[in-house]
Design a protein around this ligand. Sequence first.
Ligand SMILES: Nc1nc2c(ncn2[C@@H]2O[C@H](COP(=O)(O)OP(=O)(O)OP(=O)(O)O)[C@@H](O)[C@H]2O)c(=O)[nH]1
Length: 305
Amino acid sequence: MKVLIVDDTNTDRLLLKMYLSKLGYEVLEADNGQSGIDLFMSHVDELDLILMDVNMPGLNGFDTVKRIRDIQRQHQQEWLPIIFLSASARDDDIEEGILAGGDDYLTKPISQKILAVKMLAMRRIADMRRRLVDTNLVLERLAFVDYLTGVASRRAFDDALDKQMALTQKTAVPFVCGVFDLDNFKRINDTFGHDAGDAVLVSIVDRVKAQLTEEDVIGRLGGEEFGLILTGVDQNDAFQALDTLRKKIMTGLIQYGMEEIKMTASVGGTVFVKGSQLDKVALVKQADRALYEAKNTGRNKVVCC
Ligand SMILES: Nc1nc2c(ncn2[C@@H]2O[C@H](COP(=O)(O)OP(=O)(O)OP(=O)(O)O)[C@@H](O)[C@H]2O)c(=O)[nH]1
């Protein structure tokens, strides 16, 4: 557990450091509010707690903490516990400290015993906070990555589309918004089982991914329908680019255990160019319309509009 002490009084700071080091904590020190903010910013990912003196020349403890909380809000950082240290702990001081963004108040001179138990309580908060950060990372991954195929989720694909549309409006580099849907996929599940269906989805995604550039995006829009962003492709090349992917999908059998499965896909696409008035929803709808035309006019084909 790493603790930042901000205190202008050398003896107080050194004493605190000695206590905390004895208890096994790593300590960073600042002797004024601004240095405290600087150290907070450069060590934000490692810090578990800040101990902040209230009475300091220049930026006092309350104002320092207000600035730290502002920075945390701006950068959407997780909560970091802060304890104020002061010789005066009147009700009004405590109120002001908590309103400034502090979590607790310790009176100077600090009792080693009280410090030890407060640190224990803060360690519990720090552990909880770390678990929260880890859980948020997992949730974020679940929200942005499709669990089966590992490609962008629908939400992440939508975000990528937003970014790509903005980039095209800025740079005039066009892109193709494509949608493909596997043909008669239900039959795969019905004939070989759901696991086989899953394996086919993974295998098809691998085939498509192998053809994409670093800037291109594939996302799972739902079931056996996928979205594509093919960057730098204009109206003249859109059909060809999508048809190459269609051919890759249908070429060769997919091995599942003893079974060999053939798969085809229908593909719809539309080109987004600088100046286009289409919003994201309308763009995907247009590609979807082309996809349904491909489905309704025989499947295993590309339709561009
Ligand atoms: N194995 C597996 N099947 C899925 C998954 N998501 C959706 N499906 C199945 O995909 C099938 C889609 O069936 P339909 O919508 O009738 O489409 P289709 O059979 O591909 O027919 P067309 O699209 O008209 O060519 C359904 O049986 C869904 O249960 C998945 O993650 N894994």
